[in-house]
Design a protein around this ligand. Sequence first.
Ligand code: PFF
Length: 446
Amino acid sequence: MAGSREQWNSKAGFILAAVGSAVGLGNMWRFSYLTAEGGGAAFVMLYIAFTLAVGLPVLLAELTLGRGSGKSPIQALAHFANAASASRAWSVLGAIFVAAGFLILAYYGVIAGWTLRYAGEAVLGFGPDTGALFGRISEGATAFVFHMVFMGLTISIVIGGVGAGIERVSLIAMPALFVLVIGIAGYAATLDGSGAGYAYYLNADLGNALTVPIFVDAAGQAFFSLSLGMGAMLTYASYLSRDDDLPAESAIIATADFGVAFLAGLMVFPLIFAFGLQDDVSGSTVGALFVALPKAFASMGDAGRVVGLLFFLALLVGALTSAISLLEVVVSAAMDGLGWGRVPAALVAGVSITALGAGAAWSTEVLGVMDSVANNLFLVGGGLGLAVFVGWVMPDPIGEARAGGQQGWLGLWLFLLRFAVPVALIFVLWNSVPSTWAQLVALFAG
Ligand code: PFF
């Protein structure tokens, strides 16, 4: 469809929207349970290393492709494949991104729905049996209804468009989220017994961490948390003008994303240890946070109602600004590729994704498998495709990344994209594909 493309109204608007995409359930729900599973600080260190060596280069690659083409993922890849006289088949990678957006938002919306429900439960006060509560809320018709409500909210913001919908919401939601997270982490520090939580979170047990499965988890988490490997950052950057300094913006986005994950650990672990609930998270699963934390809130009396409400609100705000970026990938692809208007694109994509979420709402086991497939196959595989495309196929990536900014460390960037990132990601895929496949087979067989 011809016509002028939507644009962000301000640089701050773009940065907060991109940080909003990055900061979400991944930073709080996923980061905490993987850290618990991976032995605390050692996992965090691997995750930081992965974010710097692999995540950051791929983030800049996505921003470069998006801004350089001014197009949604499928067209962006076709545009630069064309410029390089390379095969048009590269645009298939963009189609895989759109499929990943579908898959991730379908289960992400279900977890966000749990969060919505928990915000309400927090005000009423959690009872002692939070395991039973999680069992009731996380699966079945209730889970689906809350998923629908959350998806309705997401769709309505995306219908508002880039400036008036996504940017406006991000400008309010992200500062609010920062205040909430800092406030709750500060409160957790005042609790008796919080020290054991910090010790667990911040003392590295390296022997425990340097195993292949934890390495694979840290890689998947770095991609998921930065919203990489499926064109979300690419799509957001396609609404930028030429004079943005992309390397500097990548660094800001990655720092803010890591900052919130780190703060989430400073909320969750002191709260859990102060109330002696560490055993609830050590056998960690997707539900750990939703079982252990409400117990802590229940033990805190009235203060627990307030802190519990604020905690789940923070989670919800993070989930919402991430969900809109997931939906925007699919919507922008339909607008660019099929010439649809924004409203029908958002409605058709949003309603189909909501329907696909029925699988994840049906059972947490299905949800867990969707999460593994999305991260271990789609995002890591998508990141590999992006690194190879920008590193080896796209003409003059450094020139494209630089427009408006300084050369800085762009030589190192290209080196990482060409060599280090593909080697690391092939290693991760090599080790994760068989187990993810086995999970899928087990799901369908059982
Ligand atoms: N980065 C989001 C989070 O950490 O919760 C999840 C996410 C959003 C993943 C957008 C991928 C994506 F494209």
